[in-house]
Design a protein around this ligand. Sequence first.
Ligand SMILES: [Zn+2]
Length: 70
Amino acid sequence: MPRNTKFCYTCDSDEPHRPLTGPEKLWLKERTSLRNVGGFFMCTAPNCRNVRAGFNKRPFDPVIRIPLPD
Ligand SMILES: [Zn+2]
């Protein structure tokens, strides 16, 4: 399995993920009040953008999806 392929809870399948960009980390910090969001990844499947942690497929309930950039 490729290194960035992880299980996506909302896709219910293994999908490619990528680390969050700087603006996405800022957004997630404000959204969650977490101080460190370096361990989170975003699903890059079309129209998904669900956020998961490296070792937790479902860190948020309800799930959080990164908004599309303006
Ligand atoms: Zn997904």
